[in-house]
Design a protein around this ligand. Structure first.
Ligand SMILES: Nc1ncnc2c1ncn2[C@@H]1O[C@H](COP(=O)(O)OP(=O)(O)OP(=O)(O)O)[C@@H](O)[C@H]1O
Ligand SMILES: [Mg+2]
Length: 268
């Protein structure tokens, strides 16, 4: 079997903004084409971890590698959709202009973008199904459409890993599903790391799940998906138990599954 490419490798990482330790002894390994869902309570340190992966925050303890280098050296390989992208909807900017901002470095926008960059931005809009809105004002779009544009902006620089921090907060259920279906499609060629409070993301889309509350517990759930999908309607599926399971220490089942999976089946 071919060895998978390591996308993000975090070892023994701890982080504090001031004195308060926010993240403690974090270990996480993300491989090419993983779909990692990160869950956890408010203030648990999810966004802080993403900012460490992006090199915005820097830790004195432990290591983070993105494609085997320090995050800053491989920033161009990462697409990032931050939490609460509060685009000022009154600001008279067009969709295409928002997407063009995703180009890393190349030109000063004051002197305009080149044909190639515009073509590339249109390509990113096509990827998220928004090309027909390229000339619309960003303020005229719905929340879900705006979020697609933010994803297109992150895709503009052709990242190999896309990191999204709660991309569907304040979007209705139908819109949420559309965004996650889009991420699933993108996941055919891009590694996805997404912070979500939505447990259904874990069940439906992710092959790995991490729960963060200062400490991180991590679960490979790829073998469990069959279980989650096949529960019939008469059986009760308990989200709280699943959350407890994800919040507990990383389970043995991530390495050798069978016995634990049987236990889950009983629980679920
Ligand atoms: N720039 C900062 N300076 C000091 N403390 C911060 C800073 N950013 C975050 N914190 C603190 O770090 C802790 C973790 O915050 P973080 O934003 O990572 O949580 P989160 O898991 O993303 O929460 P949420 O689900 O609300 O988005 C919180 O206690 C927060 O107040
Ligand atoms: Mg956050």
């Amino acid at each position: 079997m071919r060895k998978k490419i390591s996308v993000i490798e975090i070892n023994n990482l701890s982080f504090a903004y001031d004195k308060d330790v926010i993240l403690e002894n974090i270990n996480l390994h993300v491989e090419a084409l993983d779909f990692l869902a990160i869950i956890g309570p408010n203030g648990g340190g999810k966004s802080t971890l993403l900012k460490l992966i992006l090199g915005i925050n820097q830790s004195k303890e432990g290591t983070i590698k993105v494609f085997d280098k320090s995050p800053k050296k491989n920033l161009s390989l990462i697409g990032y959709v931050p939490q609460n992208t509060n685009v000022n909807t009154d600001f008279p900017i067009k969709v295409i202009e928002v997407v063009l901002m995703g180009h890393v470095g190349s030109k000063n926008p004051i002197f305009g973008y080149g044909k190639d960059e515009i073509a590339c931005a249109m390509g990113a809009l096509a990827q998220v199904g928004m090309q027909e809105y390229s000339q619309s004002k960003i303020g005229s779009l719905s929340g879900g459409q705006r979020q697609r544009v933010m994803i297109a902006r992150a895709l503009c620089a052709h990242p190999q890993v896309l990191i999204l921090d709660e991309p569907t907060s304040s979007i209705d259920i139908k819109g949420q599903k559309e965004i996650y279906d889009l991420l699933k499609l993108l996941n055919k060629s891009i590694t996805i790391v997404v912070v979500s409070h939505d447990i259904s993301v874990i069940l439906e889309y992710a092959n790995k799940a991490a729960h963060i509350n200062k400490r991180l517990s991590y679960h490979d759930i790829s073998n469990k998906q069959a279980t989650f999908h096949t529960h019939n309607k008469s059986e009760h599926f308990c989200e709280i138990e699943l959350l407890q399971m994800l919040g507990s220490d990383s389970c043995e089942s991530c390495v050798s599954e069978n016995t634990q999976e049987k236990q889950w089946r009983k629980k679920i």
